[in-house]
Design a protein around this ligand. Structure first.
Ligand SMILES: Cc1cc2nc3c(=O)[nH]c(=O)nc-3n(C[C@H](O)[C@H](O)[C@H](O)COP(=O)(O)OP(=O)(O)OC[C@H]3O[C@@H](n4cnc5c(N)ncnc54)[C@H](O)[C@@H]3O)c2cc1C
Length: 479
């Protein structure tokens, strides 16, 4: 390893050239925020994929005019302020995301709103969470102690999220699942702000494309270019040497400063990073699989008069979303259920209707056929970094060495959401322009407001694409 000449952007003035790795929404936003904060450096964005977007992955489904989201698909108008602003600055139309959740209890055909006693269990947990001070405690242990193991398991079943009782999920991330997801918000909170949830009318992938188009001409894009190795450059100019593999060819580039806007697990796979930041390289991340899919029928078999809804049941599908009068439905599951669905669907050419019937507890009309179905399995769909440090959370990004920063929602109060990535991107851009006002006091542990504007999470829930599966098109299965 060569000796590292320090060239912190704040020591030497703004860097003359900045390399951003990752053309997901966070890398793209980082470039946009850098320009907005007055940065005149030459900016290059690399991505190993051949298009921008990363975990924003949308598709329009034929004559149903349905936009299917295999990755991010919803946003909260107030809690996700930066995302909302970005969409309106780019003129992207929003559409309401309104799928009030209903439970189908085992043995019952009909769905029902959640029983009031579940609401009081969640309220008890929120109150106990406000007194919790152990950042490393798992939500599973906390919940079991506060309400007992059977209630904890029941809550997991009702929430539709298996991740809730993951043995390393931090307390605050568990409470966030119960309070700040559209499904659980409508289930467990009478004042649930359903009217505040939106989707992008033309799909979230359009957002990435719109930002990339806006930046084109000003900054350079390099696709099919995978970062493999990083090391400090020698000489007075400092900066870093980056080794990329592009179409089988190895290429070394020098950068004054680097933003890694890739999932944390991908950064850990980079060679050379362990010597620059042993602490980051050895951070323990837990991954949970995730699955989203759509089934399109040859006709709509549930009435147009029916309200759109999300049916939660204790089947591998877990959450099934029905739109009144639509030809299609979609599902979204995590953890053990996602893995089970993945193995159930492996080798299938058409989505088994028995899974839908089992989930809804009703027989489908016998003349209904599946026209098309597609699904995406994310091996490392969710990751937890239960070792995220308070100082990282304070800054919103992790500058693992001078001029080498990682941007991620993990370092913010919006873990698991695009908003966190945007906050992180904005913070590093302002930090490198010498503006420290973006730093904030770390959130106290477990301040779980139900207010629409106050999402507070302080330990790691992180949705992440997997190096192994993210760009493997066989994982996006067709039938
Ligand atoms: C199924 C699912 C549902 C979700 N739902 C929501 C939701 O409803 N609302 C919400 O706000 N958020 C949601 N999220 C989270 C949201 O998708 C992410 O927070 C956001 O997309 C992360 O953006 P990013 O740019 O940080 O990472 P990514 O989108 O993962 O982009 C990282 C980019 O880096 C590239 N890359 C990785 N390694 C390298 C390398 N070594 N060299 C070069 N390039 C590399 C990848 O190709 C990728 O394009 C969801 C995520 C998933 C998976």
């Amino acid at each position: 390893m060569r000796s590292h000449t320090r060239s912190h952007p704040r020591d030497t003035g703004s860097p003359r050239d900045i390399t951003i790795v990752g053309a997901g929404i966070v890398g793209l936003a980082a470039a946009r925020y850098l320009r907005a904060s007055g940065c005149e450096a030459r900016i290059t964005i690399h991505d190993r994929a051949d298009a921008p977007g990363g975990r924003l992955m949308s598709e329009r489904m034929g004559d149903d005019r349905l936009i299917v989201e295999y990755g991010a698909g919803r946003m909260h108008r107030q809690r996700h302020r930066r995302l909302h602003e970005l969409c309106s600055e780019l003129g992207l139309p929003l559409a309401p995301f309104s799928y009030p959740a209903q439970l189908r209890q085992p043995g019952e055909a009909a769905t029902a709103p959640v029983r009031p006693d579940y609401r009081s269990v969640v309220a008890t947990l929120i109150a106990a969470g406000a007194r919790e001070s152990d950042r490393r405690r798992s939500f599973a242990d906390f919940c079991t102690e506060v309400v007992g193991a059977p209630q904890a398991r029941d809550l997991q079943r009702c929430s539709g999220y298996d991740t809730l009782l993951h043995p390393r999920l931090p307390v605050e991330a568990g409470l966030s699942i119960l309070c700040h997801h559209p499904e659980t918000e409508s289930l467990f909170h009478e004042e649930g702000s359903g009217a505040q949830w939106f989707t992008l009318q033309d799909g979230f992938q359009d957002l990435a494309w719109a930002v990339a188009m806006q930046l084109a001409g000003d900054i350079e894009f390099s696709y099919r270019s995978e970062l493999r190795h990083v090391e400090p450059a020698t000489g007075d100019d400092g900066g870093y040497l980056l080794e990329f593999a592009a179409d089988g060819v190895r290429r070394i580039e020098r950068a004054g400063a680097v933003i890694l806007a890739t999932p944390l697990q991908n950064t850990q796979l980079l060679s050379g990073l362990d010597k620059i930041s042993p602490r980051h390289a050895s951070t323990h991340l837990e991954a949970v699989p995730l699955m989203k899919g759509v089934v399109q029928f040859d006709r709509a078999w549930w009435p147009a008069s029916e309200r759109s809804r999300c049916v939660i049941a204790d089947t591998p599908l877990r959450k099934l979303y029905l739109t009144g009068g639509s030809h299609a439905l979609w599902f979204y599951c995590d953890g053990a259920s996602a893995r089970r669905m993945h193995s159930l669907l492996r080798g299938e050419t058409s989505f088994p209707l028995a899974l839908v019937e089992q989930h809804l507890g009703v027989a489908l009309p016998c003349d209904v056929r599946v026209r098309r179905s597609r699904w995406k399995f994310w091996e490392h769909g969710i990751s937890f970094d239960s070792e995220a440090r308070t100082d990282d959370l304070d800054r919103g990004f992790n500058e693992i060495a001078p001029g080498l920063a990682i941007c991620s929602d993990v370092y913010t109060d919006h873990l698991g959401w695009i908003e966190g990535g945007l906050e992180s991107a904005e913070a590093i851009a302002r930090h490198w322009q010498g503006d420290e006002s973006c730093h904030r006091a770390p959130a106290p542990l477990c301040s779980m407001p139900l207010r629409a504007d106050g999402q507070r999470i302080s330990a790691g829930l992180h949705w992440t694409g997997s190096r192994a599966s993210f760009h493997d098109s066989t994982n996006l299965e067709f039938s």
